[in-house]
Design a protein around this ligand. Sequence first.
Ligand SMILES: NC(=O)c1ccc[n+]([C@@H]2O[C@H](COP(=O)([O-])OP(=O)(O)OC[C@H]3O[C@@H](n4cnc5c(N)ncnc54)[C@H](O)[C@@H]3O)[C@@H](O)[C@H]2O)c1
Length: 261
Amino acid sequence: MADGALAGKVAVVTGAGGGIGKAIATEFAGAGARVAVTELPEKLALAEEAATEIRLEAGAAGGDARPFPLDVRDLASIDALVEAVATEPSFGGRIDLLVNNAGINVRQAAFDVTEEAWDAVLATNLKGLFFVAQRVGRRMRDQTPAGGAIVNVSSIMGLAGYKDRAAYCASKAGVVNLSRVLAFEWAPFDIRVNALCPTFVLTPMTAPLLNDPVAGGDLLARTPLGRFAEPADVAQAALYLATAPMVTGHALAVDGGWLAV
Ligand SMILES: NC(=O)c1ccc[n+]([C@@H]2O[C@H](COP(=O)([O-])OP(=O)(O)OC[C@H]3O[C@@H](n4cnc5c(N)ncnc54)[C@H](O)[C@@H]3O)[C@@H](O)[C@H]2O)c1
């Protein structure tokens, strides 16, 4: 953690009730940010728990965390979130950072992909991500002084293909190129936009697959560093992208070398 690197900044992290999003929210608050921990309305209790935990840990660093409901598939929900964060009294009226982390995956062989699964994955991972960026980006453009940084969570699967993930890989590749477009268009407003591309990350949800001796063993054998990522590895890279003033339009792999071989 970089002490104070985000002092005075307001950050929105989507899908932050657990997993990678919670680790990023924790890292940002630990660096002094006031963080909007968003979660699906039906899972808001997770965001409340995460925010309470983060507040206790990050208070000494000047960080803060508050829970907010958000369904990225719903534009009205996105607009309500932006308004709620920008008017949260303890946040001070700005949004400086956005981490577009919410995402889903449905594993299906390409021959078996259903229209329902395709639409669900694209609606959250690409369309939802775009409209959160658009709505928060407008706020970053219109505030005084203008500016901000957006980190869009993609995956190594946005940069390379992998079996049984046609919709997921398509959505995550879309996130990488979309980030370049936004970086180009929004640079005049001092808004930086980057994509973050983690390898397999050990979370409670992925543990059954990754700890499986055959499936997990195969993935580990293909990873030069010989381990899966931890949520904290991804959070550290997100903090870098949030704070690196000359970095925009980049896709940063956090992959233990997966893409190098
Ligand atoms: N876990 C991995 O191995 C891995 C690897 C590379 C990239 N990623 C990406 O990292 C991000 C986080 O993944 P994770 O492993 O922590 O998964 P996760 O399921 O623990 O977290 C995803 C979060 O997004 C939320 N979410 C889902 N649909 C939403 C919606 N419509 N609106 C708002 N929130 C919604 C979920 O409730 C959940 O809290 C995702 O974008 C994922 O694709 C994960």
